[in-house]
Design a protein around this ligand. Structure first.
Ligand code: SAM
Ligand code: SF4
Length: 330
């Protein structure tokens, strides 16, 4: 799959459910309405669709959500997809999770060929954690992290930088992660989805400011580590670990974009920051052969836009992309 700008599409992120056991303030409103079950692809359909993408050249597959590990029976999807690792067609199968179920699944993930997990955690303070996630318990995520480490999974922490919430804690978190040999990525709040009352403009903290603050304490050396994603990486000399910065609002990362995103309803988004999408569920359900869906994917890739245009609208104070991150998968 090569798009009109010559970019090879080798990375697919799949949101396997829009549901979640947390209600992070920047991600969802507390009374989220979730999709009706009939709209959501079955695990068999997800496997079939992912397998088509792999046949078309996807080398790296990340399952995300919502919270992927709360989907019933999700391990059967991991197990099924691991056959593509065995065959060598797929190079990497990974997961982004809030960590709440990791204590249950860490060993099985490893057994299914998963080697790395991204775990989202924005603070090490239990009370603050509860305030950010509304429904989450830090202690449970810590148990999950311990289980993942014990299972031999490589861990990267995803931390959303929130002005006035965790900005003074990021240095301690970086040290804490480094002490455990974990990488960390700091993410700017993106203007996605109605989150009910919270004003994103107030949460927004440019990572350039975060970096400047961290540099008072750590030596950060730019490195040429590229994943094709939106993160720019530095090495933290004091810990020897990588630190990534995701700056969708202040930086253009689109020229090296190698990815597309699939929702749990089978909608393919060619860009996280644009509304254009392709329905793959209809061709998938229409026929048992994969021809129609392959054609729909080809057509969609031919429309992949050059870049995104996120803006936090200061007058409207509304999101510039109306769908939630939990729908497209972060
Ligand atoms: N539930 C899983 C988790 O939290 O890791 C996977 C899905 S979550 C949508 C993926 C990532 O997106 C998380 O790291 C989360 O912090 C991030 N995220 C969610 N909403 C965001 C927003 N509005 N701006 C920036 N990052 C966001
Ligand atoms: Fe759930 Fe992840 Fe969104 Fe938090 S960021 S509400 S854990 S999907």
């Amino acid at each position: 799959m090569i798009d009109p700008f010559g970019r090879h599409i080798t990375y697919l992120r799949v949101s396997v459910t829009d549901r979640c056991d947390f209600r992070c303030v920047y991600c969802m409103s507390e009374d989220m309405t979730f999709l009706p079950k009939r709209d959501v692809l079955s695990l068999e359909e997800l496997d079939r669709l992912c397998s088509v993408f792999i046949r078309l050249g996807v080398k790296k597959l990340r399952l995300t959500g919502g919270e992927p590990l709360v989907r019933k029976n999700v391990m059967s999807l991991f197990r099924g997809l691991s056959r593509h690792l065995d065959s060598g067609q797929l190079e990497e199968l990974t997961v982004t999770t809030n960590g709440s179920q990791l204590h249950r699944f860490a060993d099985e993930l490893r057994d299914c060929g998963v080697r790395r997990v991204n775990v989202s955690i924005d603070t090490l303070d239990a009370e603050k954690f509860h305030r950010i996630t509304r429904w989450g318990r830090l202690e449970q995520v810590m148990r999950g992290l311990d289980a993942a480490a014990a299972a031999g999974l490589e861990i990267k922490l995803n931390v959303v930088a929130l002005r006035g919430v965790n900005d003074h804690e990021l240095g301690d978190m970086l040290q804490w992660a480094g002490d455990r040999s974990w990488d960390m990525t700091i993410i700017e709040v993106m203007p996605m989805g109605d989150i009910g009352g919270e004003m994103r403009i107030d949460q927004y903290l440019p990572v350039s400011m975060v970096r400047a603050e961290l540099e008072k304490r750590f030596t950060l050396t730019d490195i040429d580590y590229k994943t094709g994603g939106p993160a720019r990486y530095v090495r933290v000399e004091e810990t020897g670990r990588r630190l990534g910065f995701i700056t969708p609002l202040t930086h253009n990362f689109c020229e090296s974009c190698n990815r597309v995103r699939l929702t749990c309803t089978g909608t393919l988004y060619m860009c996280l920051g644009q509304e254009d999408a392709a329905d793959l569920r209809t061709p998938l359900r229409r026929s048992e052969s994969d021809e129609a869906v392959m054609e729909a994917i080809d057509e969609a890739i031919a429309r992949k836009p050059k870049g995104h245009d996120f803006v936090i609208d200061r007058r409207r104070r509304g999101p510039s992309v109306s769908r939630h991150m939990s729908h497209t998968g972060g």
